[in-house]
Design a protein around this ligand. Structure first.
Ligand code: NAD
Length: 522
């Protein structure tokens, strides 16, 4: 098979839901997906469909009485079997020519594109995403497929190295082995797809252990991989508990690497477990770990306040603040502090919160009852640590979904819990800075370093921030969420993880190892 010829990478355009035909198509997809509610999904290991009897029930967070999917959970024994079977399949998969793997991956992109409304609808119902947030998630998944296809073709074959006299010198990239992919629920298609296809297209056999909050989206993605021609033995989607199944996958001596995205504590645990050598293990496991954030936006004294308010609002409350990139701290110059707060509070009070299937709502539910309780607890702490200016408690809505109104707490000190800890909900701490220097100090006062933004019209301040604002993804005069594949390779510093830069030119190298071959020539 010849290598596919590809046009330059372009981000997938978003569906415009103000167009009546698109709205109708989305409503039809919601109805279709709803008709599949409560379906039962079995495990599939090496082509065998396995019912285990122990079930994981996934619900609609807008209305938890509705069961979205029921999934047979893996046992620790089945997790070990999945690793063994992936190990056995590795030689054949790793020798499948890269152009064939790329061609399958392009098919994944094509199928996701054709079923975009349907995947949007699954995200609305299982992850509580509003229509535009779901659309951005599915589009990003397609982007990862398209981008990594091109990247794999670039990395296939001998790479350029200098040539010694009398030798033919080469460097080639080869796959690693069995990869374990552990994604979070908050980008249940995009991040799951990105990590999984990066592992597969580089020639690694792959086990995906999806989040227990969003297993149906993962199961549907597994169907797409099969339809696109990925062999049954090349991957397994393994629903199961992070704690029991996750530990087995991470510790297994035949696991070669782990690609994780999720919270700091789980990432650190995986890193520690993976570092421990197991009997029979003949490599050092590689860990790619992308973790939490406590992202800040600085609003300078001369900033365009309308733009700053819109940027902070979208970053703090889009998808209910449940993005690793979400703004959870606004650091505002004293000169404009009161004015900014008044403007932000006024706009925030107009945001509509309710079931995510209703496109009139700007915000849907948070993901689970556990998340709801934890966020409400942080709000209570925040009320003691600062001044509540918007939101403040659980919102009432039909179906008793997990709704939290957008909440702003002002006058928050840098030592406060709500300034330092990741809340992962629609809660924004606002802090006054004496000047720009102080604002930078406050923004950097964090164990995390994922995203950040600065609203300023002062070139010297922006230059200063470029140099000293210590985050993996820095934005000027725009929101700090919404990284685009190709343009904004994504990953953070310090406790935000290993800075893997997903969607960038360095990413696939994390799933490969380089081999140098030197041949004497007469
Ligand atoms: P989480 O850490 O609770 O779970 C992530 C995944 O790990 C899930 O699949 C879970 O089942 C699994 N898991 C749990 N315990 C495990 C264990 N002992 N061994 C192996 N796997 C285990 O995170 P979450 O609640 O799903 O996601 C939210 C978190 O993810 C936030 O902290 C957010 O900032 C972070 N996040 C980071 C990025 C990034 O790119 N840096 C992107 C998205 C989300």
């Amino acid at each position: 098979m010849a290598a596919p010829t590809l046009t330059e990478f372009r981000n997938e355009p978003y569906t415009d839901f103000s167009v009546p035909a698109n709205r109708a198509a989305m409503q039809a997809a919601l109805a279709k997906v709803r008709s599949e509610f409560g379906s039962i999904y079995r495990l599939r290991i090496d082509g065998e469909w396995i019912p285990t009897g122990d079930k994981l029930v996934s619900v609609n967070p807008s209305n938890p009485k509705e069961v979205v999917g029921i999934h047979h959970k893996a046992t620790p024994e089945l997790a070990a079997r999945a690793v063994e079977s992936a190990y056995a399949a590795f030689p054949a998969w790793s020798h499948t020519p890269a152009r064939e793997r790329v061609s399958m991956l392009l098919d994944v992109a094509r199928i996701l594109r054709a079923r975009k409304y349907e995947f949007d609808a699954w995200l609305v119902y299982e992850a509580g995403k509003t229509w535009p947030e779901a659309e951005a998630d599915v589009s990003e998944a397609i982007d990862f497929c398209e981008y990594y296809s091109r990247e794999m073709l670039r990395l296939d074959g001998p790479q350029k190295v200098s040539q010694l006299p009398g030798e033919k010198d080469e460097l080639v990239y080869i796959p690693l082995g069995v990869g374990v992919v552990i994604p979070p629920w908050n980008f249940p298609l995009a991040i799951l797809t990105g990590m999984t296809v990066a592992s597969l297209v580089t020639g690694n056999t792959t086990i995906v252990k999806p989040s227990s909050e969003t297993p149906t989206i993962a199961a549907k993605f597994g169907e797409v991989l099969l339809e696109a021609g990925f062999p049954e033995s090349s991957f397994t989607v393994l629903a199961g508990s992070g704690a029991s199944v996750g530990d087995v996958l991470v510790q297994h001596p035949k696991t070669r690497f782990i690609a994780f995205t999720g919270s700091r504590d789980v990432g650190l645990r995986i890193n520690e477990l993976a570092a421990k050598h197991q009997p029979g293990q003949i490599w050092i496991k590689r860990v790619i770990a992308e973790m939490g954030g406590k992202d800040a936006i600085i609003v300078d004294g001369d900033a365009d306040l309308d733009k700053a308010v819109d940027g902070v609002l979208a970053s703090a409350f889009g998808y209910q603040g449940q993005k690793c990139s979400a703004c959870s701290r606004a650091v505002v110059d004293a000169k404009v502090y009161n004015q900014f707060l008044d403007m932000l509070a006024a706009k925030t009070k107009n945001l509509k919160v309710g079931p995510s299937e209703d496109p009139a709502n700007y915000m849907g539910p948070v993901i689970s009852e556990g998340a709801l309780k934890s966020i409400l607890q942080y709000i209570e702490t925040g009320k003691k640590e600062g001044r509540l200016v918007a939101g403040g408690g659980a919102a009432q809505a039909p179906g008793a979904g997990y709704f939290v109104p957008p909440t702003i707490i002002a006058d928050v000190d840098a030592k406060a819990k709500i300034f330092q800890e990741e809340i992962f909900g629609p809660v924004l701490a606002v802090t006054k800075a004496n000047d720009f220097e102080h604002a930078l100090e406050l923004a950097n006062d964090s164990q995390y370093g994922l995203t950040g933004a600065v609203f300023s019209n002062d070139p010297a301040h922006l230059a200063e921030a470029r140099e000293r604002f210590h985050v993996g993804n820095l934005y000027f005069n725009r929101k700090c969420t919404g990284a685009m594949v190709g343009a904004h390779p994504f990953g953070g510093f310090n406790m935000s993880g290993t800075d893997s830069k997903a969607g960038g030119p360095d990413y696939l190298l994390l799933f490969l190892q380089a081999k140098s071959v030197a041949a004497k020539v007469e």
